[in-house]
Write a protein that binds this ligand. Structure first.
Ligand code: DQA
Length: 143
């Protein structure tokens, strides 16, 4: 079964981006971890990243049309994108919101997620393991 792991703006820069917050591992390391976890769980995992809101919305539409489960790190879109929220509201399979950091322990503007209410659930604060936990949740979920 296919699972899409979708990543929003600035996550392609993991490894060099604020390593004190996001760690030293690169985006490629993250993609490899997701694919490896998928292999273990019997899921075929496709990892993508975009800085473009329109492209992210189109990927959420693609997932809705094909009933594909999604692990989504919306990055900064989390905090303000009603377009992304409205796209996720059309989902036809589980969608797990993930964050590497714990946004609730950070600046005030990160305490609001406009997508959380339309996600199946949220996993945040476990570093790159947040993705692994989300893939396990999808493997265990019948919806
Ligand atoms: C993030 C948290 C967001 O607040 C931030 O804008 C990101 C990354 C995380 O994974 O911790 O880009 O989604």
């Amino acid at each position: 079964r296919l699972v899409l792991v979708l990543n929003g703006p600035n996550l392609g820069r993991l490894g060099s981006r604020e390593p004190d917050v996001y760690g030293a591992q690169t985006f490629e390391d993250l993609a490899a971890l997701c694919r490896e976890t998928g292999r273990e769980l019997g899921l075929s995992v496709e990892v993508r990243q975009t800085d473009d809101e329109a492209e992210m919305v189109s990927w959420i539409h693609e997932a809705a049309d094909s009933r594909t489960p999604v692990v989504l790190n919306p990055a900064a879109f989390t905090h303000y994108s009603y377009a992304l929220r409205d796209a996720i509201a059309q989902r036809t399979a589980p969608l797990v919101e993930v964050h590497i950091s714990n946004p609730n322990a950070r600046e005030e503007f990160r305490h609001t997620s406009v997508v959380a209410a339309v996600a199946t659930g949220t996993i945040a604060g476990f570093g790159m393991r947040s993705y692994e936990l989300a893939l396990r949740a999808i493997a265990d979920t019948e919806e």
